[in-house]
Design a binder for this molecule. Structure first.
Ligand code: FDA
Length: 402
């Protein structure tokens, strides 16, 4: 196995994989272990760039609680078969086999103790053991179907293959090498594309709103963010451009332009009732002092200002007035200006329509020998290690049959 780029490509291989990211490398190792000759191509200068930058440099490589409910797509059943046949436990076993130290951070999210590179090294070691070849700095120029297999023109020459696997990922972070090549290939072979959009992405806010929350960037709080059928209880972070943090990234996958996102700013608490109790216990306490038990001082000041509420001793508010204040402070309805888009999004919603793909093998139903795996497909996970688990599972499913 080599990751460097000798000028010559083999004339023919059993399996050609386009895209040496998470799914492509998993597929290469799995197919190679079956004795298939494998070549994985990537146009980037190194493999697995998104793995390297993932999880804040520590790669959230899977989730203990992965289940099909954690994925979006037109056909929510599509991901079931592959996820059941290569589970989070299978990937954890691989991580342990390679002696990579890891820990659960929160909500079942497993991260490397050291760095994401440990996961890339694991995949490269598996490819090496399987004698799978890898070429970087190699782009695909044209694909012609043959009677059996494909002829692929690349910037390093032509290759014939029996099976062609497309593992080019989604559109997020174009500076890391993301392209729409996988969608173009899908269209060439008559597959549909479910419209794509940036997901797991921060919200932007209008300038006027940002001016009003100038002092907040860096402040975080636990919220429940809801939009449509989605609802997530996690942290939210104020930024210079708008809102981020896990709750916001999660709900961005449900949000469409113009829709309102509702934030419960004191989840698990009935703020109206709680303020009544505080008034009974400590009537001379000021409203802002009581609220400082719930939020930071900076946030209390901002939330009171935003709602135009004066802070007085609690005994000076009537019962109904205090209940109303509690309700107004607890709920925040926001129509975001937009999202930060593919520039910072973690994933792409939509992609190659799964109705044209076998959920067991990832093979195109109308073009034998052509496979699509990973994020290029219309399968998108929640935040929390689910997207990598899909890359491993779909890569493995194809690797077993190509
Ligand atoms: P992936 O993007 O990994 O690989 C695609 C490969 O194809 C790339 O190497 C690319 O260079 C190559 N390629 C593209 N176009 C090509 C072309 N025209 N010719 C040749 N090669 C081409 N998920 C998760 O579960 N836990 C996490 O912690 C994170 N963290 C995270 C952080 C950030 C900043 C991002 C952007 C994303 C994440 N993700 C994540 C999501 C995760 O990285 C993503 O879902 C998987 O990498 C998808 O795996 P694929 O193999 O499908 O695509």
């Amino acid at each position: 196995m080599t990751e460097t780029s000798p000028s010559q490509l083999p004339e023919r291989v059993d399996v050609l994989i386009v895209g040496a990211g998470a799914a492509g490398l998993m597929c290469a190792a799995t197919a190679g272990q079956r004795g298939r000759s494998v070549l994985a191509l990537d146009h980037a200068n190194k493999v697995g760039k998104k793995i390297l930058m993932s999880g804040g440099g520590r790669c959230n490589f899977t989730n203990l609680y992965t289940s099909p409910e954690n994925f979006y797509g037109e056909n929510p059943h599509f991901c079931k078969s592959a996820l059941a046949r290569f589970t989070q436990w299978d990937f954890i076993a691989l991580v342990e086999k390679h002696g990579i130290p890891y820990h659960e951070k929160t909500l079942g999210q497993l991260f490397c103790d050291n760095k994401s590179k440990d996961i890339v090294d694991l995949l490269l070691a598996e490819c090496r053991a399987a004698k799978a070849q890898i070429r970087t700095r190699c782009s695909v120029e044209a694909i012609a179907p043959l009677e059996q297999g494909f002829l692929v023109d690349t910037s390093l020459g032509q290759v014939r293959c029996e099976s062609l696997v497309i593992a080019t990922g989604g559109l997020s972070i174009p500076t890391m090498g993301a392209t729409g090549l996988g969608y173009e290939i899908a269209r060439q072979f008559g597959l549909n594309i479910i419209p794509t959009r940036a997901a797991l992405v921060p919200f932007t806010q209008h300038r006027r709103q940002l001016e009003r929350q100038q002092e907040l960037p860096g402040s975080a709080l636990a919220v429940t963010a809801s939009c449509g059928e989605g609802s997530f209880h996690e942290q939210m972070l104020f930024t210079h451009r708008g809102l981020s943090g896990p709750a916001v990234l999660q709900i961005s996958s449900h949000w469409r332009e113009g829709q309102t996102v509702e934030f419960d700013l004191a989840p698990g608490r009935d703020l109206a009732g709680w303020l009544q109790q505080r008034r009974a216990q400590n009537p001379d306490s000021y409203l802002h002092s009581a609220l400082a038990e719930v939020w930071s001082k900076k946030l209390v000041q901002h939330f009171l200002q935003r709602q135009d509420i004066d802070s007085r001793p609690l005994k000076q508010y009537g019962e109904i007035e205090l209940a109303e204040i509690g309700r107004r402070l607890q709920t925040w309805q926001l129509v975001p200006a937009g999202t930060e888009g593919y520039r910072t999004a973690e994933v792409t919603l939509g992609g190659v329509a799964t109705d044209g793909i076998s959920s067991r093998t990832m093979e195109c139903k109308t073009q034998p020998g052509l496979y699509f795996i990973g994020e290029v497909l219309d399968v998108t996970g929640w935040l929390g290690g689910y997207n990598f688990q899909w890359a491993w599972a779909s890569g493995h499913a194809a690797g077993e049959v190509v």
